[in-house]
Write a protein that binds this ligand. Structure first.
Ligand code: SAM
Ligand code: SF4
Length: 326
């Protein structure tokens, strides 16, 4: 089988697929308030086009796919797309990142479609604060989480972007919530993606501080999480709770990068924090055959940058996270 290996010897085996740049939330660090510049529907890859691209990637050794966005569950018939991707022979791991606002309705069909694991954004357990951060409804998210658990989606990882003075005092509560519900907890550092992300980095909290605070309350031991990606994990001693730290800013993990991102418009982004890209949509719509498309994908991987420069050039990435596929 052919493989995708970039110039730095990293094997690319993971595709993050943004199925929409739209969202029913407005997390202030992600999509700007009043943002109207969403992509027009005629530029969205169809399910047939997405399935074809994923199949080509899988023939090049990609075995893991994550559905993301924007909010993936606002894309109509997402479970149908999930089952088409899940049925591709080379795809061994299909997962979803969601804000969970519509998860109660879709959890069962996602599970049936072959989605194994889910990541859910949850920055606060206080309904008013949650609304301030996301403009969303916390009750719906909690309901979505509970239905997903009953549906057997496992593991369920809670992603919390930690922000100074906004939610950093809720870290202990979030640990208790995850302990009670058997969720995995991951803390994330704010990244300067677009103007919104850049403004949020004023609220940046390095996760070493979070870890020190946790160590005052809990006994932590190093842990491993299968499919744990860039997070480094600890376990709260005597419990099954694993806590991950995703530190793109304080300790980047680019040397272990194994992923690329495909936007809803068919733009292949080679790095979250760089502008390098390849436009696959015109190729898909020009009648290019599979082998030629695969050659283009391989040529793109040859241009994958070594690392992001969020710290050195925070102004560089003007696109927002929901477009890139976080
Ligand atoms: N809507 C889904 C969700 O919220 O999980 C999936 C897409 S969202 C863009 C994916 C992740 O990106 C979320 O965990 C969110 O918190 C994170 N994110 C968005 N903007 C960010 C930023 N500027 N810095 C750090 N994380 C960010
Ligand atoms: Fe929507 Fe997710 Fe961005 Fe929040 S982080 S606005 S839920 S895409």
């Amino acid at each position: 089988m052919r493989e995708l290996v970039d110039p730095f010897g990293r094997r690319i085996e993971y595709l993050r697929l943004s199925v929409t740049d739209r969202c029913d939330f407005r997390c202030f660090y992600c999509i700007p308030k009043g943002f109207k510049d969403f992509t027009p529907p005629d530029t969205w890859l169809s399910f047939d086009e997405i399935e074809r691209v994923v199949r080509l990637f899988s023939e090049l050794g990609v075995s893991k796919v994550r559905l993301t966005g924007g909010e993936p569950l606002v894309r109509k018939n997402l479970p149908e797309l999930a089952s088409r991707i899940g049925a591709l022979p080379g795809i061994q791991d299909l997962s979803l990142s969601t804000n969970a606002s519509r998860l109660a309705k879709h959890a069962d069909s996602l599970k049936r479609a072959g989605v194994g694991r889910i990541n859910v954004s949850l920055d606060s357990l206080d309904a008013d604060r949650f609304k301030e951060i996301t403009h969303g409804d916390l009750d719906k998210v909690i309901e979505g989480l509970m239905v997903a658990k009953r549906a057997g989606l496992d593991p369920i990882k809670i992603n919390m972007v930690v922000m100074r003075g906004i939610n950093d005092h809720e870290i202990g509560e979030m640990v208790d919530f995850c302990l009670q519900n058997d969720f995995t907890l991951r803390f994330i550092e704010t990244m300067p993606m677009g103007d919104t992300g850049r403004r949020a980095t004023d609220l940046y909290v390095g996760l070493d501080t979070v870890r020190r605070r946790l160590e005052e309350q809990f006994e932590l031991e190093t842990a491993v999480m299968p499919g744990g990606g860039p997070a480094s994990y600890v376990r709260v001693k005597g419990t099954s709770l694993r806590i991950g730290f995703i530190t793109p800013m304080s300790q980047h993990f680019c040397e272990r990068c194994n992923r690329v991102r495909l936007s809803v418009e068919g733009t292949l982004f080679l790095c979250l924090g760089q502008t390098d890209r390849m436009e696959l949509r015109p190729m898909l719509r020009s009648g290019m055959d599979d082998e030629a498309l695969k050659a283009q994908i391989m040529a793109a991987i040859d241009r994958k940058p070594e690392r992001h420069e969020f710290n050195e050039k925070p102004e560089q990435v003007v696109r927002i996270m929901s477009l890139t596929g976080g």
